[in-house]
Every structure is written in C-alpha cells, then in structure tokens.
Design a protein around this ligand. Structure first.
Ligand code: ZN
Ligand code: ZN
Length: 264
C-alpha cells in the first residue's frame, strides 16, 4: 500500500524537477554578482599559518606538461611576476585557466601547523557561465588519482548546525629514484551559494536551477576545497581536517551569508 501512495508523489517530484531544469536555462534572469564567500583566505587561523599561492603558466620555462611552478605571495618581491622567468603569475593553475570560463575567480593558500601538517585550500567562485564548477571526482581522476571512496563528514561549528563536507579518499603512485612510491591523500569540499551550503554537486545544480526559475536570479556559487595527505589506512587525518575547517570557516562567509548560516 505504501508503495502505491509514494509512487505518484515521486512522479510529481521528478516531473517538477525536470520542468524546473527545462525552464532554468530558457528564461531571462537577473544576475546577482554578490557571492556567499569572500574571495580571500586569511593568513593566520589560530593554529594554522597560511601562505597564498600564485602560479606561473609559462609553458617553456615553468609549466612544462602543465606542472606549474607555484610561489608563496609573501615571498615575492614583485607581486604577480614570476621570479624565475618574468611571466605573469595567476591565482590558478594553467590547466584550470585554460579549461574554465574567463570570469571564474580563484584563491589558493597552503596552511601549515606547528606539527608540520600541510593543507591546501582553494576557493573557486563561478562566473556567469554554468560550467565554472564541475564534479571534483572528474578532475581528480583526470589528474591521475585513484578514487578510494567517498563519504559525508559532519564538522561541528560553534554557533550553528554542523557543516557537512564531502570527503574523497584518493591515492596515486609516484615514480621516484628509489622506485614507485604510493601517495595517499584526501580531498574535502562543499559548495556555498547565496542562500545554501551543500556538499552535493547535484543539490547545487538543483538550487542553481531553482533560483533561476522561481526567483529569476542567477547567483555565483563558490566551491571550497581542503586537501592533504593521509595514512594508507584509517581516518586519523579527519582530526586536522575538522579542526582546520572549524577555524577557517568563520572567516570566509560574507556578512549576509553568515546571517543565514548562523541563523540570526
Ligand atoms: Zn615562470
Ligand atoms: Zn576541473
């Protein structure tokens, strides 16, 4: 009995979703350029010291085979100029610049704590085009990683509900002089719109379409990622990941998104 009651309801939901998506990209919308996050990462977050990164894209000198040279902004004499070759430095990697729409914005920073643990953080802010942000799983595979599993992780944050982030466990093998060496890492991410936070790529796509149809608004989504090394087994890395997100999170939201996230 329950099944037959649920089925028509599900059909309606699916039809509505399809209609929303169909309308989403055919109706005129007002672009709203105010993002839910600030496009800057703090230099100090309690126990973590951050260094903003810049990348040289010069294919002959510094970014052969898309292996960009990266620099700490704090160590550059002239900001935006590569100290090795004199080319312009960018906030994103060469492959990202070539693949993503022109108005996609980036900020990247490497954080270390006293124990020497290093976490790479990035915020990607989509522009007006829809394809600025895509499924991270696709990228990670494209970069030669094996995906060893993924799950949602709840990060308790003071003053609000826990933040849910998606964690992907990756691994790859590097060829070194001593032979092949395995490298295990994790990639954690979530998305922030103007009204919503979600760890789900599909939920983000839904809200994007919903806002366009129901509110005639196109807003810019931000994609926040934290990555680092892990042990082959276990989840010991979660301790640093959780404490880092707890400390970094309060800095990145814009004032209006902060009010929504903290519910006041
Ligand atoms: Zn260079
Ligand atoms: Zn990508």
């Amino acid at each position: 009995m329950e099944k037959s009651l649920f089925k028509p309801f599900l059909t309606v939901v699916i039809l509505m979703t399809v209609a929303v998506f169909a309308l989403a990209f055919t109706v005129g919308v007002e672009l709203d350029f105010v993002p839910g996050v600030k496009m800057e990462l703090p230099q100090e977050v309690k126990n973590w010291h951050g260094n903003q990164l810049k990348f040289c894209h010069n294919p002959d000198a510094c970014a052969k085979d898309y292996r960009d040279a990266s620099f700490y902004v704090s160590e550059l004499e002239i900001p935006d100029i590569c100290p090795k070759c004199g080319a312009t430095l960018y906030n994103m990697a060469r492959a990202e610049k070539e693949q993503l729409p022109e108005d996609t914005e980036f900020v990247k920073s490497a954080y270390t704590n006293a124990a020497g643990t290093r976490l790479f953080t990035s915020i990607v802010l989509s522009g007006t085009a829809r394809d600025s942000i895509h499924r991270p799983q696709r990228c990670l595979k494209g970069q030669g990683n094996t995906l060893d599993g993924e799950y949602n992780l709840e990060v308790p944050i003071e003053g609000r509900d826990p933040l849910t982030v998606r964690v992907i466990k990756t691994s790859r093998t590097f060829r070194t002089e001593e032979g092949e060496k395995p490298y295990y890492s994790f990639y954690a991410y979530w998305f922030v719109g103007q009204d919503h936070e979600t760890p789900s790529h599909y939920a983000r796509m839904f809200w994007l379409a919903w806002d366009r149809v129901v509110r005639s608004k196109a807003n810019r989504w931000a994609y926040i990622a934290v990555q680092g090394e892990r042990e082959a087994e276990g989840t010991a890395y979660e301790k640093d990941l959780i404490s880092f997100i707890q400390e970094m999170y309060p800095y990145i939201l814009t004032e209006s998104m902060r009010k929504k996230a903290y519910g006041d």
